[in-house]
Unconditional design. Structure first.
Length: 105
């Protein structure tokens, strides 16, 4: 999954020609091979609710499913919980200070 800010249309056309799916949302473009999963906004929730929802989502994921979440900041306290569960994950910090979490089994 790739997240782009202000991507030029020519680049998006090339990605689509390579088989990527494209989703435009709030000035952010997300591209993925196969279906683009929805981005779940957890920025308005008080702790520990975002972590609780992420861990519940991970428990419910089937093989090949992906969970994407928008978080208010870098989720350092979440990492030990994901590692204990042997989760596959990646986090990207956005220019606005928010973070996008990619999570799978």
């Amino acid at each position: 999954m790739l997240e782009l800010h202000g991507a030029p249309e020519g680049f998006l056309t090339e990605l689509q020609a390579l088989g990527f799916s494209i989703a435009h949302e709030g000035g952010v473009v997300r591209a993925a091979q196969g279906a683009v999963p929805p981005l779940i906004d957890l920025t308005g929730l008080e702790a520990p609710e975002p972590m609780r929802r992420i861990l519940l989502a991970h428990a419910a994921l089937r093989a090949e499913e992906v969970f994407l979440a928008l978080l208010p900041h870098w989720p350092a306290p979440l990492f030990p919980h994901l590692e204990t569960r042997q989760a596959n994950y990646d986090v990207a910090l956005r220019p606005d200070g928010k973070a996008v979490l990619w999570l799978s089994r």
